[in-house]
Design a protein around this ligand. Structure first.
Ligand code: NDP
Ligand code: 2IT
Length: 449
């Protein structure tokens, strides 16, 4: 390995010893860009990598709130403002008990590259809390969101930092956060958050965007290899925002979605998943996926018993991990390959372990990497910001058409970069190189900051 790369990887490891997810994300990007560094020797003098792996700012804060029993609970809030190189900090908020600094930093780091690939003016950030929204009442969610925003508001703004949703944060939470921000600032700053409801400034098709975008990317990737979604079997992990709308669009293109999951287990329905029922259980009732059996007792429910998600043992043509990081490991990758998988599309952030990705690529499975394939969500957030600035709205079809065009462009940049560096068909490397070059050049242009 190139000396400069080796040095940075070692230094990053020493400085972030207890942050495995962050080191994994850095490793994944840095190990693909060696050919670029070999050509652009000036990047070393300019300390491009040193600056890229150090967040501009990390904010942590106390979030005290009172539950329905009158008990005071204290959670920890985070916002990692990783890079403002190409636009205001931009990225989601995650509410999940597993949230810690390593996870926030890996997500923020990924977000810089993802946002660069969209071609839109957005920097990279991530935030959230170790708050667990499961089994909380609406009022508890509201009080938590209000307390969270009472601190976060000082650090954000429509030209400064624009949060949105992620795991555990959807339309309901964004509404409560927006209400509190507006109240504190005494100003209607529409573009300070994205993923807002349509009735007060959200964008049509933002809710659908990540899942739809993933399928647009998959369509392009299959097409480049003379294949289509028509008639393919698809398994999708998760049953949240990304998973549901990936399923919807995959079905529109004639694929058959046979399995979906949540953190407890997965539903396997050989007749094809009933998506209306899934939306009812997950979006309306906020229930568990097992409840699918109440209507379809002949579907199979496979409970999760260890780290290996049972969904990846099901035979499928296309696998779409849309739940969380490292949910598809080497054991799962081997099983998928054994069962003849042709493509894996990452809807979640970093869902495949490094070993799993390597194994899939080695066995000629097409891999749509997260930072490219799930960029449709943040891209449509940027379209929401632009509508808020214009004080004017696009129709659903207009937004979807822009999203489709953006995903085609992202696919083409990944393809072109892979080909330029003799890695044709490897979109993981293609995405990393295309995004890195854009960011490195922006850094070069802006001086030592
Ligand atoms: P949601 O909260 O809507 O859904 C998350 C889904 O993943 C749920 O089914 C949840 O199951 C499951 N899940 C979450 N954590 C775990 C875990 N530790 N183990 C197993 N299953 C888990 O989130 P989203 O759909 O918004 O996000 C899913 C993924 O997509 C995340 O990786 C996110 O970062 C990424 N992403 C999201 C974007 C967006 O616009 N929302 C954009 C780009 C990427 P359960 O209910 O049991 O917890
Ligand atoms: O990971 C992601 O890209 C998101 N959660 C969406 C971020 C956004 O700002 O829309």
């Amino acid at each position: 390995m190139n000396d400069y790369l080796h040095k940075i990887l070692e230094e990053t490891k020493q400085k972030n010893l207890n942050e495995p997810e962050y080191l994994q994300a850095v490793n994944e990007v840095l190990s693909s860009i060696e050919p670029v560094l070999n050509i652009h020797k000036e990047y070393e003098q300019l300390a491009i990598l040193e600056r890229m792996v150090e967040p501009e700012r990390i904010i942590t804060f106390r979030v005290p709130w009172v539950n329905d029993e009158g008990k005071i609970i204290v959670n920890r809030g985070y916002r990692v403002q990783f890079s403002s190189l190409i636009g205001p900090y931009k990225g989601g908020l995650r509410f999940h008990p597993s949230v810690n600094q390593s996870i926030m930093k890996f997500l923020g780091f990924e977000q810089i590259f993802k946002n660069a690939l969209t071609g839109l003016p957005i920097g990279g950030a991530k935030g959230g809390s170790d708050f667990d929204p499961k089994h909380k009442s609406d009022n508890e969610i509201m009080r938590f969101c209000q307390s969270f925003m009472t601190e976060l508001y000082r650090h954000i703004g429509q030209d400064v930092d624009v949060p949105a949703g992620d795991i555990g944060v959807g339309g309901r939470e964004i509404g409560y956060l927006f209400g509190q921000y507006k109240r504190i600032r005494n100003a209607y700053e529409g573009g300070v958050l994205t993923g807002k409801d349509i009735c007060y400034g959200g964008s049509l098709a933002r809710k659908e965007a990540t899942g739809y975008g993933l399928i647009f990317f998959m369509r392009e990737m299959l097409n480049a290899h003379n294949n289509t979604l028509q008639g393919k079997t698809v398994t999708i992990s998760g049953s949240g925002n990304v998973a549901i709308y990936a399923a919807e669009k995959a079905m529109k293109y004639g694929a058959k979605v046979v399995a979906m999951s949540d953190s407890n287990g997965c539903i396997y329905d050989t007749n094809g998943i009933d998506l209306d029922l899934m939306k009812q259980i997950k979006e309306v009732e906020r229930g568990r996926i097992k409840e699918y059996l109440n209507k379809y007792p002949n579907a199979q429910y496979i409970e999760r018993t260890n780290d290996d998600s049972p969904i990846w043992t099901i035979k499928t043509d296309i696998a779409l991990p849309c739940a969380t990081q490292n949910e598809l490991n080497l054991t799962s990758a081997k099983k998928l390959v054994e069962n003849g998988v042709i493509a894996v599309g990452e809807g979640a952030n970093m869902p495949c372990t490094l070993e799993a990705t390597e194994y899939l690529l080695k066995h000629n499975v097409l891999v749509a990497p997260a930072k490219a394939a799930n960029a449709g969500g943040v891209a449509t957030s940027a379209i929401e910001m632009s509508q808020n600035s214009m004080r004017f709205y696009y129709t659903f079809e207009e937004v979807e058409e822009k999203l489709d065009r953006i995903m085609v462009n992202i696919f083409n940049s990944c393809k072109k970069a892979a080909e330029e560096y003799n890695q044709s068909g490897n979109y993981v490397i293609g995405a990393n190189i295309a995004a890195f070059k854009k960011l490195a050049d922006a850094m070069k242009a802006q001086g030592i900051v």
